[in-house]
Design a protein around this ligand. Structure first.
Ligand code: URA
Length: 240
């Protein structure tokens, strides 16, 4: 990106309008490499830039790519209505720089949720044409049977879909738990497929997207991390 003025840098990172950032800078709240900078128009190299604001260090990122271990009772929609939105879990800078969830998890679904402010990335990651696999662990009300697994693999007809939808793979994990891998991302897909196959989903957790496994990120529920290049590359591989 090269050099930008300090007020524009802070604005781009979600610290407020350019004017508000100028006020923060003027008030001596911003430092770089231990030196307070009070000139908003100072041209600063953004590549690898670490700045401190209110004594907290931030690495300049032209775009952010985030993995959240989503807890239950948070909504993915931008205008959350019945539950708080997932963005309330992240620092408020991310809302200001228009970070949004990549696709949706239901309010009661937990697990791996990607978030970003990179429009083309969000579009690419959500495109049905890319067939990106998503792995879910579903807990069921009735016992999991080989017949249930067979029906999910063969495909079930959902009432507003023209074609039956099938799991890419599906296997029993426990008496009341199965792993199901989907390539599509239809509304309530796992829950509706389980209902159509004669069972009922009582809990749902997304554990993997492409080859990126939630377990390996070491995030407790409600925790998030930035994704690096290697982790982003795993999103488009099948099994990491
Ligand atoms: N399928 C569902 O039913 N719900 C989700 O949140 C994700 C996939």
């Amino acid at each position: 990106m090269g050099k930008l003025t300090l007020d524009r840098i802070l604005q781009s990172q979600g610290f407020g309008t350019r004017k508000a950032c100028g006020v923060l800078i003027g008030a001596g709240e911003v430092s770089i490499a231990g030196q307070t900078i009070t000139d908003s128009s100072a041209a600063i190299e953004t590549n690898g830039l670490v700045f401190k604001i209110f004594d907290e260090a931030w690495l300049y990122r032209s775009r952010v790519y985030i993995a959240l271990n989503k807890p239950a009772n948070f909504e993915c929609s931008r205008k959350a209505s019945h539950h708080p939105g997932v963005l309330t879990i992240l620092p408020e800078q991310f809302t200001r720089r228009e970070v949004q969830p990549v696709g949706r998890l239901d309010h009661d679904t937990t697990g791996l949720l990607l978030m970003s402010d990179d429009g083309p990335f969000i579009h690419m990651q959500s495109s049905p044409k890319r067939h990106i696999q998503k792995v879910y662990v579903a807990t069921t009300h009735e016992p999991v049977t080989p017949a249930l697994v067979g029906r999910l693999l063969a495909g079930v007809k959902l009432h507003d879909e023209t074609e039956p939808l099938a799991a890419k793979t599906c296997r029993m994990l426990d008496t009341h738990q199965l792993e199901i891998v989907l390539e599509q991302g239809k509304y309530h897909q796992v829950k509706r497929m389980l209902a159509a196959a004669g069972n009922h989903c009582v809990a749902l957790r997304r554990v993997q997207i492409g080859g990126l496994k939630l377990d390996l990120l070491g995030l407790a529920e409600g925790e998030w991390c930035y994704l690096d290049e290697a982790q982003l590359a795993q999103l488009t591989t099948a099994d990491g």
